[in-house]
Design a protein around this ligand. Structure first.
Ligand SMILES: [Zn+2]
Length: 386
């Protein structure tokens, strides 16, 4: 079979079938406008909702139904297609100003394709006023824009918006589907692919990262060993600091260079290197605003990274609990079987359940913007208890 943009989607055959059908129907013009002009993709983190929406956008404008190799497909993917806009927020929310600016950009008639496509990757981050501004655009009859929204669940989007969208639910891809992709696409050994598929728990992005990056694999191992190092309170505080430092280093590594480039770009736009008058007139303010925005993005990456680490640690205790319940075949972290067996023998299932609950509470606190270090310190102290 020829390559297709839908090959990127792992374990989502049911969704692919619907999307292929919609692409084919859009060419015959049989599908009514009301049904196809707004879609919402939901699914657990890592199931590939933005990948699905992006592939659909490519397939809609590609003369070959989404070959992935033609100019249309490539430019749509790399943000270079005039009729495809991919909105990927880096901040904690999408504000009404952002949506208004977006609506101004898409108000023009499509330049090449028969329609304009907007992928809104984090529709769950729309503020209420932003969502209402978007709603007006979605409701507008005769507009030639196709809206592809992505969110974890339908409840994350205003009812007025979701009732106007066709809904596609992505599944958590299965262990076999992920293992197969890692072996065939990334060329890693079946044994390593199986371990990565297990520990990434259906999160394709994470599986890809672990498959590609030795640093990510070594960081995961360090994080997974933290529960074994909590013999004393000082050790618990040390573990919390280690976790937050690691997340911060990861976040900084991914954003530092990117940030510098964005600030530089903005300074040039305001006439950096010229008389400086542009900078004085508004450039400095714009740069300050951008810096604030970038800081909020780094904060979000740090929180996401800590959350990911806490989920990893939760799988440690989940495995311990599985062992204590006498089902050792169901463990996720097969590379740590021996140490987890010893841990399981030393502690009670009651304390294991308490520890899993403590991790989930810490994640909730972080989601409510609690200070990361203090939250992690309190958590590690609870995990240190026998
Ligand atoms: Zn193509």
């Amino acid at each position: 079979m020829a390559n297709s943009v839908f090959d990127e989607l792992v374990g989502q055959e049911h969704v692919i079938e619907i999307l292929r059908g919609a692409v084919a129907a859009s060419r015959t013009g049989k599908v009514s406008h009301e049904i196809t002009h707004a879609w919402i993709f939901t699914g657990p983190p890592g199931s590939g909702r933005s990948v699905a929406a992006g592939a659909f956008a490519q397939a809609l404008i590609c003369p070959n139904y989404g070959c992935g190799t033609c100019n249309e497909c490539q430019s749509a993917k790399s943000h270079g297609h005039p009729d495809v806009e991919i909105v990927r927020t880096e901040g904690l929310s999408i504000k009404v100003e952002d949506i208004r600016a977006l609506l101004t950009r898409v108000a023009w008639a499509p330049s090449m394709a028969g329609c304009r496509i907007v992928v809104l990757e984090d529709a769950d981050r729309l503020t209420e006023s932003a969502a209402n501004a978007l709603l007006k655009a979605i409701e507008e009859p005769g507009a030639r824009t196709i809206w592809l929204l992505c969110a974890p669940t339908l409840h994350d989007v205003l009812p007025t918006i979701r009732s106007r969208c066709r809904h596609l639910q992505l599944r958590t891809p299965g262990l076999d589907a992920i293992t197969k992709v890692l072996v065939t696409r990334n060329g890693i050994s079946p044994g390593m692919a199986d371990l990565i598929a297990r520990v990434s728990q259906g999160h394709i992005g994470r599986a890809n990262l672990l498959a590609r990056s030795e640093t990510m694999r070594s960081n995961r191992k360090k994080i997974m060993c933290l529960p074994l190092q909590l013999e004393s309170l000082p050790a618990a505080f040390h573990a919390a600091k280690f976790l937050v430092d690691l997340a911060t280093a990861e976040a900084n590594a991914s954003s530092e260079k990117h940030d510098e480039m964005e600030i530089e770009k903005l300074q040039v736009a305001y006439g950096k290197g010229a008389t400086g008058r542009g900078m004085a007139l508004g450039g400095a303010k714009a740069v300050r605003e951008l810096e604030k925005e970038l800081k909020s993005r780094t904060t979000r990456i740090i929180r996401d990274s800590i959350d990911g680490a806490l989920l990893d640690i939760a799988t440690f205790f989940r495995d311990v609990m599985i062992m204590q319940a006498g089902n050792p075949n169901l463990v996720i972290n097969t590379d740590m079987r021996d140490v987890m067996e010893r841990y399981a023998a030393k502690s009670s299932s009651h304390s294991t359940i308490y520890k899993i609950a403590a991790i989930m509470e810490a994640r909730e606190s972080l989601a409510r913007n609690a200070a990361p270090l203090v939250t992690c310190e309190a958590l590690m102290c609870r995990l240190a208890k026998q």
